[in-house]
Design a protein around this ligand. Structure first.
Ligand code: CAO
Length: 556
């Protein structure tokens, strides 16, 4: 094993060029042509490729450093060498030629030199831009066109990207102006001197022929390509949707197949190119891929983890054309239904919930409730089992304050509430609404019964305000009047727990000597397991069952 020190190659005369990206870390395995660093001068960026394959031992520069030709940048342990000594490699010598493109790097693209001798002047004359000498007689592919007719371009701005066998090259605009016409298309094969675009330059001489001469020798306006370095034509290593982990890809950045302009664009947006799927030839990442990635990431952020589809990296259920199976119609969701869907998804995905079940023997409670019927009527109140259940829960929320907490997004604390407000799920023609009954622990049975009836009526008449539905400590969802033997309610976050109440029915219960007919009420308690542990849940439920089984306990 030999350790070889790789140095900055010939920068085409430029010096003190800034290191703007380090694509490798100690321990990374790299191949020949993998990008080590990205350097940037006034107007251009350049990838520095590795001339050797091996394992990175030490990175000798850091972000923001100024480097020049010969600056040592990285120590690489190279398996192939048997010398055991440290070697120094100048990448300009060792790097494979970039299809003979302008292999040595110029930190700044040379200003367009009108070979015709046309001096800069005022005017807006269209001029034809031709490719420079590509250093090869072979045709190369246009793999990306970064401009369209009508675009206004800056001097040095990338017009298009070319690709030969081993390297890619960005073609910069020789001057600022407006693109009048594109003369080539993506996928075309071009050679040195090919005319690629007509740009109306602000500094052209008015009245001159719009077409520049066909070659430099004949007075053609030529320009050197932007600094280029070989970019390995390796496929994109990781391509994850923006809904997934952002910026956490594990493959080295150097393996991503993208040009310097796209790299810079991604850097400016904080996008890790390892997460972007390239749509270009051989998987090369294009500017549009980065834009699409950011757009999708923003959409997913806006949807949030509670989005009905997507979000949290969960692939959405694909939409499908059901009409292929039979008659169908679209039923457009109203606002409440849409909000409910979002909240349910949000709560389901955010809250690690546990549901536990028990049955309360409410035989005596029901006898007592029926005995109060006359009194309730006098008060103008309908007394149902739900009022008793709320009374018991309000008491238990005082006795088990852990049920009256909310999770904090920091993950470092929970919030203890010292009030007891209980949400009551109400089934309305417009959907499920959960108005909140405030200070439930300070209210008596009839008051709670009256409040439940009042909020249910308000909900059904569409009279609830947003504040009527805020601030709950806990919720109760009763399907007792509807039916069912049990269900698993979804925690109404940021509350920590919810009680599901199913339909009571007479069941045979063993009393120690015989089976006796008892009215049993199925209960299901769902709670946020981050806040409430199983023991807390078990105690809460046991005490609730006990209170409802013997309502005298409510007096204790
Ligand atoms: N078992 C058996 N009977 C029950 C019962 C139970 N658990 N709960 C209520 N009942 C009875 C009542 O006693 C009443 O009978 P009587 O008229 O003979 O006394 C009847 O069912 C109808 O009650 P109600 O619906 O008028 O009143 P309520 O207090 O039981 O419920 C409310 C009020 C607002 C909870 C209810 O109307 C409602 O909207 N429930 C649906 C809630 C919902 O959709 N939850 C699911 C949300 S998803 O998690």
């Amino acid at each position: 094993m030999a350790v070889e020190t790789i140095k900055v190659p010939d920068l085409g005369g430029a010096s003190a060029v800034e290191v703007i990206e380090i694509a490798i870390s100690p321990g990374d395995e790299i191949g020949v042509e993998d990008t080590l660093l990205v350097l940037e001068s006034d107007k251009a960026t350049m990838d520095v490729p590795s001339p050797v394959a091996g394992v990175v031992k030490k990175v000798l520069v850091k972000l923001g450093d100024s480097v020049s030709q010969g600056t040592a940048i990285v120590d690489v342990e190279v398996a192939a060498s048997a010398t055991g000594r440290t070697q120094v490699i100048d990448t300009s010598e060792a790097a494979p030629p970039a299809v003979e493109f302008q292999g040595a790097v110029q930190a700044k693209p040379p200003a367009p030199v009108p070979a015709s001798g046309i001096p800069p002047g005022a005017g807006h004359t269209p001029r034809t831009v031709a490719l420079p000498d590509l250093g090869t007689a072979d045709a190369v592919d246009i793999i990306d066109i970064a401009i369209s007719a009508g675009d206004v371009v800056e001097e040095g701005q990338t017009l298009m990207t070319l690709e030969g066998d081993k390297a890619t090259m960005d073609v910069p605009s020789p001057y600022a102006g407006k693109v009048v016409k594109l003369l080539v298309a993506q996928g075309d094969k071009v050679k040195s001197g090919a005319e690629v675009a007509v740009i109306e330059s602000a500094d052209a001489v008015p009245g001159k022929d719009t077409q520049v001469p066909p070659s430099a020798a004949e007075g053609k306006e030529e320009f050197l390509p932007a600094p280029v370095a070989p970019v390995a034509a390796s496929p994109v290593v990781a391509a994850e949707s923006p809904g997934g982990k952002l910026n956490e890809a594990e493959a080295p950045l150097s393996k991503v197949y993208a040009g310097p302009v796209v790299r810079q664009f991604a850097r400016e947006l904080g996008v890790d190119l390892r997460n972007v799927k390239g749509s270009g030839v051989k998987g090369r990442v294009q500017k549009e891929d980065v834009q699409g990635y950011v757009k999708l990431a923003l959409e997913n952020l806006e949807k949030g983890p509670g989005s009905v589809s997507g979000g949290m990296g969960i692939p959405p259920v694909p939409d499908m054309d059901f009409s292929q199976f039979g008659d169908v119609e679209d039923v457009v969701l109203d606002r409440i239904a849409r909000l409910t869907a979002t909240n349910m998804s949000r709560n389901w995905l955010n809250v690690p919930a546990v549901t536990q079940f028990d049955d309360a023997d409410i035989t005596d409670l029901e006898a007592f409730r029926k005995s109060l019927k006359g009194e309730a009527e006098k008060r103008g109140v309908k007394l149902t089992p739900v009022a008793f259940i709320m009374l018991a829960c309000a008491r238990l929320l005082r006795e088990h304050p852990v049920f009256n907490r909310s999770w904090h997004s920091s993950g470092e604390k929970v919030i203890q509430k010292h009030y007891v407000h209980i949400g009551m799920a109400v089934d309305t023609p417009r959907g499920l609404l959960v108005p909140v009954i405030r200070d439930a622990d300070k209210k008596g049975l009839f008051e709670l019964a009256a409040d439940i009836a009042q909020v249910a009526e308000k909900a059904r008449n569409g009279k609830l305000s947003a504040t009527d539905m805020q601030g709950g400590s806990f919720s109760i969802s009763s399907l007792g009047a509807i039916g069912g033997r049990g269900f698993t309610p979804i925690v109404n976050a940021p509350e920590a727990a919810i009680l599901g109440v199913s339909r009571a029915s007479v069941q045979p219960v063993w009393d120690g000597k015989q089976f006796a007919p008892r009215e049993m009420l199925p209960l299901s308690l769902t709670y946020d397991h981050r806040i409430i542990n199983g023991g807390d849940g078990g105690r809460f439920m046991t005490e609730l069952v006990s209170m409802l089984g013997d309502i005298r306990r409510l007096l204790l």
